[in-house]
Design a protein around this ligand. Structure first.
Ligand code: 5GP
Ligand code: MN
Length: 336
């Protein structure tokens, strides 16, 4: 683990780029702000450098991330599988951003990746990165993959190719992965990066507005319903859970991203140090789980051990097969 790219890595990346014309950049299933921002930010830089770049994500991004530069050009594996596969097959180089193992691409896309031969470069801030990339730039002390992309671009000597539109993508990922710069992982260096980008023309306010002030009425009502009717708090253990069924999601015309941040609301209750959000997924019997903690409860290990997932020390996710009620009960027993 190193905050800086090793000199040998810089050399290796330059060698790989010399042999490359077509580059594909990918990130994880259910892309969040950091996934979208890092993919589009790095895409913009590499396009400026003259490469033919394609952004491919496993499934569509939430509506409130579509303001990012290049978002309309993203290809989705869930929608255009053949086209995505032919792009991946003809790629000279593949970047994997904000993911630590291929499984994070989702079952179908990760199975397809097993057959690919193009060299890969992984840039990621999750724990326990797998050994699949030719070059691995991994460091859990960074707020976000977007912060790492900024450092990556800087260390490669490409700062002149980071346009203001690309900076907006980088900033969006930093804002969303830090819940607006509030987590302990934020450093003076994080703020210096933002200051540098603002010096170069980045405007922060429209980005916050695009992400946080453009929600649909039905989303606000879904969140209100979840918090008033589907929140359980166990004060004695300092634990809270919110959970939603498919029927409830459909009742509120649920769109991708609508439940983002709900688990943090549960964590914001005084005395609560661990919160979970369980959501019935469209695949029958599968529950998507999100965990957030404050202080020294390690949700990465918790998600790895009990919920087929992983993530960070204070923010992790996973999935579990069973009913929603069983997931809530299991969570209650495990955390009592
Ligand atoms: P979220 O709760 O927002 O879906 O995810 C929180 C964190 O956990 C993110 O950093 C995400 O990368 C990670 N995460 C979410 N779901 C999974 C999962 O199924 N497996 C693993 N390994 N990590 C996950
Ligand atoms: Mn991230």
């Amino acid at each position: 683990m190193s905050r800086k790219l090793l000199e040998s890595d810089v050399n290796e990346i330059n060698e790989l780029l010399k042999k490359s014309k077509r580059i594909v950049i990918c990130s994880h299933y259910n892309p969040d702000g950091d996934a979208v921002g890092s993919v589009l930010g790095l895409s913009a830089v590499l396009k400026q450098k003259g490469y033919q770049v394609e952004a491919i994500l496993p499934n569509p991004i939430p509506r409130f991330y579509r303001f990012m530069f290049g978002a309309e050009g993203i290809k989705y594996y869930s929608q255009e599988q053949n086209e995505c596969e032919s792009s991946l097959c003809s790629a000279d180089l593949i970047f994997l951003l904000d993911l630590n193992h291929l499984g994070r691409l989702g079952d179908k896309m990760s199975a397809f990746f097993e057959s690919l031969e193009a060299p890969m470069i992984m840039i990621d801030h999750h724990q326990q990165p797998s050994d699949i990339a030719k070059v691995l730039y991994s460091d859990t002390t960074f707020t976000s993959t977007c912060e790492m992309v900024y450092h990556f671009v800087d260390q490669m000597g490409w700062m002149e190719f980071l346009s203001v539109r690309a900076m907006e993508c980088v900033y969006a990922g930093m804002v969303t992965d830090t819940a607006s710069f509030r987590f302990p992982v934020v450093t003076a260096d994080t703020h210096r990066i933002v200051a540098n980008m603002m010096d170069k023309g980045l405007k922060h306010a429209p980005i916050h507005q695009a992400i946080y002030d453009t929600q649909s009425e039905s989303r606000l009502r879904l969140v209100a319903y979840a918090l008033s009717s589907k929140l359980e708090v166990w004060q004695e253990s300092g634990v809270a859970v919110v959970y939603l069924s498919q029927e409830e999601l459909e009742r509120f015309n649920h769109q991708s991203g609508d439940t983002e941040g709900l688990v943090n609301q549960a964590l914001s209750i005084d005395g609560v140090h661990l919160a979970a959000f369980f959501k019935e997924s469209e695949d029958e019997g599968k529950i998507k789980c999100s965990f957030r903690s404050q202080g020294n409860f390690d949700v990465n290990t918790f998600a790895r051990t009990h919920w087929n997932g992983g993530g960070h020390y204070n923010a992790a996710g996973g999935h579990w097969v069973g009913t929603l009620r069983e997931a809530v009960e299991r969570f209650k027993v495990l955390t009592a």
